[in-house]
Design a binder for this molecule. Sequence first.
Ligand code: OOB
Length: 560
Amino acid sequence: MSINNPASPIPTQIWPSAFAERYRAAGHWRNETFGAWLRERATSYPDTVAVTGGEQRWTYAELDRRASNLAAGFLQSGLQRGDRVLVHLPNTPDFIGVVMGLFRAGLIPVYALPAHRIAEIAHFAQGSGARAYVATATHAGFDYRVLAGELRSRCPAIEQVWISGDAGAFTALEPLYAVDGSALPATVSQGSDVAFLQISGGSTGLSKLIPRTHDDYICTLRESARICGLGPESVFLGALPIAHNFPMSSPGFLGTLYAGGRVVLSLSPDPQSAFALIEREGVTVTSLVPPLLLQWLDLAPTTPHDLGSLQVIQVGGAKLSAEIARRVRPVLGATLQQVFGMAEGLVNYTRLDDPDDLIIHTQGRPISPDDEILILDDDGHPVAPGQAGHLLTRGPYTIRAYHDNPSANARSFTEDGYYRTGDVVRMTPEGYLEVQGRAGDHINRAGEKISAEEIEDHLLSHPQVFDAAVVSVPDEYLGERSCAFIIPKGDRPRPADLKKWIRGRGIADFKVPDQIVFVTQFAATAALKISRKALRADLRAQLLAQQAAATPPLAAPLSE
Ligand code: OOB
């Protein structure tokens, strides 16, 4: 029998009733559920291919059948409706089969990125009260079965582990596809139920869990698919990890399935693999982060592959420079769409028929006329039109609270339900947003968000680290990279050893500091009680000043 951990109640997401009524009346929320729409698509076009990955090709009917069978298998194991299941899979058809199976059973997936390691996975398991873990055997040189073993010993609440591929000591996922799920209903959920937990970029401390309902998420899928012109003829390439909100829903693989299109999955985002798939599958649309776009732009002119099917390249997750944006159409022959979104909700798009100027220079405008946007100064007053300020938002698909996290909720939401995004933006006269930067202390490394605080905590537990401050540094390729300032305790550790050690703490590789700078003291700490935020800003400014002094200007200024 399932005993839900009282410390982690079944996730909910509640909008005040006046807002819920408004969103229903406006047609944003239609009481659709994932289980029901998959069945509906499978009935309307059973033989159309829904998903391809590796050698596998699943039609809509097959995906629907596989989802039912997995759902039956999950429930047979003793999991019960509302239980949370950690999903730690790379871009394979199994990812889609598993999440659709969980939806059908009324189980709640918790999405982890393939790059996450035991420290993050244990945190998600504890925070969500998960009872099961589904992972792949190995991917990109990492053995997830070893992680599963550690997870079981750290988190005894994880009763089930299913492994896709060679399961070793654990239970194989594959046989669950053979359980007969044909008697299960298409859905056991209501539109207002939480469908899954997404993870936050983690701007302060560890990642928070984001409960998204069927109603609110399907609202973004429907509208995103429309804005991006998706239909049954669309072929979406999942090159970024599809557990991330952007390739999942903006419109991503879920929006593509919602529109009846075909999803092509690539295990690697690199241009060689992606270009071959574009040619083979006739890919029409994909989503990229800026550094990946740069690689694609570099290789496209000399690739032997025909990229002529590409119609739209979406770029988001981090700021795209206008110089690079300008190269998309001439080099890749496709329309650029900038996407500025967040796992908490709000997503902005440039529209496909916008003038070039907006497509190149802005990060788009919100999906919905009911997305409310505030741009406020430091004192909480609206800025003058066109000025930069803090972006706050609420709307039909932006959460009102994180899961089971009162202190984060108090920080991140205003009393009247606006989410403080932490982004600094300005609005153009056309109502489009231009992202200027972040107010908070996180590093946006090629679209992966790293919390300075989280990494400092890891560094501080090293015996030779007295104090540590982690800051972002502009990087031509990554957008931002991380730099850790360390005051050593006794002998100074070697940077390579320190990096190895922090990796050994079991965190995602992208969080390991790119650069380590040893200092004898933090000048700012002289002022006692200085905030970490001010300290980081101070260290960052010093580093930038040093770099500027060390780098000669590219050209001598012209004398007048
Ligand atoms: C997406 O989601 P998250 O949750 O990983 O990160 C959200 C944050 C934003 O608050 C912003 O700081 C940054 O990522 N960001 C951008 C951006 N798109 C996201 N900064 C500048 N320009 C952009 N285009 O990253 C995400 C979720 C859904 C769709 C697209 C991206």
